[in-house]
Design a protein around this ligand. Sequence first.
Ligand SMILES: Cc1cc2nc3c(=O)[nH]c(=O)nc-3n(C[C@H](O)[C@H](O)[C@H](O)COP(=O)(O)O)c2cc1C
Ligand code: SF4
Length: 495
Amino acid sequence: MARPHPIPETRWPTRLEAASSRLFSPQRCGAFVARTRSWVPAMVPWRATEDGEATDAVIDWYRRFADGRPGVIVIEATGVRDVPSGPLLRIGHDRFVPGLRRVVEAVREASGGETRLLVQLIDFLAVRRRPEKDKFVRRFLELREAHRERLAALVGDERAQTSEAQVREQLLALPHEQLLAILAPRERESLEYGYRERVTDTGLPHVASLPQALPPLFADAAARAQAAGFDGVELHCAHAYTLASFLSRTNDRADGYGGSPAARARLPLEVFAAVRARVGAGFTVGARFLGDEIITGGSRSEDACDYAERFARAGMDFLSLSTGGKFDDAAQPKVGEAVYPYTGPSGHECMPTVRIDDPAEPRSRGPFGRHLHLAAAVRARVRAAGCETPVVGAGGIATFEVAERALSDGMCDFVAAARQSLADPDWWRKVEEGRGASVRRCKFTNYCEALDQRHRQVTCQLWDRELDSPAPWGRERVTLSHDGKRRLLAPPESP
Ligand SMILES: Cc1cc2nc3c(=O)[nH]c(=O)nc-3n(C[C@H](O)[C@H](O)[C@H](O)COP(=O)(O)O)c2cc1C
Ligand code: SF4
């Protein structure tokens, strides 16, 4: 394992320097002007109910970010369908609107109306847990002639022509490698990683019809976001989810929605058009997508630039960049667990840690502003096309110096900081007020991400054991995680 990069020393600005900085200057973003160019990107905290409703804990999570008065906060990936999806927020029915409105009201109140609020709209395909081997072979595997033929080659014709139940038992009795050799590649994947649908599974009617199904689903969801009082929506076209999979170079659908870059961008653009038609020009609509998928055979920076130009020309209001986070190279999950798209090389790039590369390597960059060059490439392409669409850069941004340089060098128009904002939700305000020295600085070792991976309430190692520090907003009691061991919210600034 690579040695860790040290958290670099930094110089924080005085209040006067902050006041004349680009970071703390206004920036238009579609229908609104953000007070500053600071941005808290989407972060799932695992605090919704099993039915996808906003809880008091969800509301407090966003209220706490709003204390720092960033220019923009994006609410976590929120499902556009009305289907069970565990404790992830949902917006797939009108009954979710009142709960989401409470989130909006809390953010408005805590930020004094200074923070603009977006919600990230997501669709995803089915991913099942890695099955136990005997269950897979006895129950899930669809036995075909090809299996019998390959089995016959190993054990002899007569034994392979017995009843289906006997064939299954024979398959189960084989050494694991031989069983794998008999299975087709997708069956092998289902056994080793768990069954996972792809946008290229056009033999499945609900996958074939995604281009018809998704535009109205996203449009309805955006209309609900508007009704709940949000300032706009972010279409989730990043990481391992449906719209990202359409954009991926690995998408070879033959129905006009895969293959060429134009065909891969078609569904995200049709979703955007449906959303815009529903919410009108007075509501901000942008997209988050990948500056680089990182995976073998996946989309690279030139694809991202191509999509960015199409999105900007179509009238999207902002383009937010992320990196990696794919299923394709994810680590094998344990039996009974689902594959998680942030465990392979692309996942490590998505939330880069101080161990992302070896500081001794001459080309190492560490996590700090690691992917800004991808935002810069996209921005240059969009500007060359004559569009002023703002670009949001992310990845290891945690100091004023890195943020300000990214903006003044023209790499992006907003700087997004996820983990630094979790480590210290007040950090933007502290820096703006010339009190940067008191910022709790993120360690970039991904304790928070490990909690996310296990679907546990996300907290930060820098403060979640401070059970004796006060609760925020003068409340009497500190709220604790389900196991009672961790506080759920960063302590307030000490007076
Ligand atoms: C706990 C956690 C949850 C996240 N959830 C989302 C999400 O719902 N949608 C999204 O686009 N990115 C998500 N991300 C990625 C972040 O928005 C961000 O792109 C990434 O952490 C890199 O930025 P950073 O270095 O400032 O943390 C999540 C990150 C973390 C740590
Ligand atoms: S848990 Fe670690 S990586 Fe996550 S926000 Fe806190 S310090 Fe940063």
